[in-house]
Design a protein around this ligand. Structure first.
Ligand code: ADP
Ligand code: MG
Ligand code: MG
Ligand code: MG
Length: 416
């Protein structure tokens, strides 16, 4: 990429620079009449809403540094290329799950895409106590379809290897995950911060050898097990919803990694939503029913994932793995079912490991969750965060012994 031709957009320059692009103008109409707002609330990029006489689009542009930190932390523009390539694959593998892409400009690290409205970020809905119809079904299917269809279970292996090679080039972004998620929570890393009253819990976690070994096992799985195309950042801030519709955004952390990663990160963020509820309740107990709804969503995400993954295993297993010639064609359908169950058991165990570690890093490392951050009373916040930390520890370390979602939900209720 010719970085010297790159120029960050601003609300003042956007219409002049993107007006000539047919695929954008055809959605918006006359560029003279565009209105531009910068709305990025993420940690890394510029995001603009552009309203024209005939419609609206989102323009997302990578910055050559981490927005949250500033230009002292450079980050390659190429992540926009990875995000674009992830978006078009997600759309192909699970149609309608992500915003439609209208235009991509690699030099400008810029994607113009469908403006989701009146959608709002799921995390905000969960903090406000709102429900979304069909949430678990969309998210469970999104995970199953993108994770199955990006792997050697489904793809021609030459294509799978080409994609793995390409997405494994997202090195600096993977480095963020490898450090911020899997290592920083467990030592005094420079960018860490946490609620001060958590100090004793932090000491317990950092003295916990089993936990630190587990975190490194999970890091090894993330870095080495290039099974499938991950979303890579699938938390409730990467999901946009209305009362009845769910869409996934922001796959710039795409890489090739283990199937359990996205599901584990997603469920961790729902467990944070669950545990943080008392901090948002108008009166004690006012969110009790809502908390049970969150647990039912977690339950349904996993069961939908498992059912859809199993369905694809039985109907779309066209890759080089567990071929029908070895099983069904010899009258041994039982063999492919045994293999399916064993694969899902391994994914489940990984999922719990990633889930527990994600629950730690969102409280102890650089990037925190609004679920806890917006609880103003510090004592309440620390008390709830401590519950999440200890639950995360149990899920990660005991991942080999926890065999059902019912057990996970009971552990969450006990932590509450
Ligand atoms: P970052 O990578 O910096 O986190 P995101 O892709 O998450 O950027 O976008 C930041 C914010 O911009 C989102 O939280 C959301 O509010 C808004 N946004 C992003 N994409 C869309 C979209 N397609 N439609 C509507 N809003 C969007
Ligand atoms: Mg984001
Ligand atoms: Mg972000
Ligand atoms: Mg992002």
């Amino acid at each position: 990429m010719t970085q010297q031709d790159y120029e960050a957009l601003s609300p003042d320059t956007l219409a002049a620079r993107l007006g000539p692009v047919d695929s954008i103008r055809s959605h918006l109409g006359d560029p003279e009449k565009w209105r531009v707002r910068e709305v990025g609330d993420g940690n890394l990029n510029l995001v603009f809403i552009v309203d024209g006489p005939e419609g609206s689009v989102i323009v997302k542009q990578a910055l050559p540094y981490v927005r949250l930190v500033g230009d002292s932390w450079p980050l390659p523009l190429k992540r926009a290329f990875f995000e674009y390539n992830a978006l078009i694959r997600q759309e192909a593998r699970d149609p309608g799950s992500v915003p439609q892409v209208f235009h991509f400009d690699e030099t400008q690290a810029m994607i113009a895409m469908e403006f989701l409205q009146p959608h709002v970020i799921l995390r905000k809905v969960l903090i406000d106590g709102g429900k979304v119809e069909g949430l678990a079904e969309v998210l469970g299917k999104f995970c199953a379809r993108t994770l199955f269809r990006g792997s050697d279970l489904s793809m021609p292996t030459a294509d799978r290897k080409a994609d793995a090679a390409m997405f494994l080039g997202n090195v600096e972004i993977c480095d963020i995950t490898e450090n911020l998620v899997f290592s920083d929570p467990y030592f005094d890393a420079e960018m860490n911060h946490h609620t001060p009253a958590l100090d004793p819990v932090v000491k317990i976690l950092r003295d916990d050898i089993d936990l630190k070994v587990t975190a490194q096992h999970m890091k090894s799985a993330f870095a080495n097990n290039a099974e499938t195309m991950l979303h890579g950042d699938l938390h409730s801030g990467s999901v946009m919803v209305t009362d009845t519709e769910t869409k996934v955004i922001d796959p710039e952390f795409v890489t090739y990694g283990p199937v359990g990663f996205d599901v584990g990160m997603l469920i961790a963020n729902f467990l944070h939503a669950y545990i943080s509820q008392p901090g948002h309740a108008s009166a004690p107990g006012a969110r009790d029913d809502y908390q049970e709804w969150i647990l039912s969503v977690i339950d349904d995400i996993w069961s939908t994932f498992e059912a859809e993954f199993s369905h694809l295993w039985r109907t779309e297993r066209n890759g080089i793995l567990y071929q029908a010639s070895l099983f069904e064609d010899q009258g041994h359908a039982r063999g492919s079912e045994q293999a399916r169950i064993e694969r899902l058991t391994a994914i489940w165990r990984d999922m719990l490991g990633f889930c527990g570690i994600e629950m730690h890093r969102r409280i102890l490392s650089l990037a925190h969750n609004a679920d806890f951050e917006t609880i103003e009373d510090e004592a309440t916040r620390a008390r709830l965060e401590a519950r999440a930390l200890m639950l995360g520890r149990t899920l990660a370390v005991a991942r080999g012994e926890i065999t059902s979602m019912a057990q996970v939900l009971d552990l969450a209720r006990q932590a509450n």
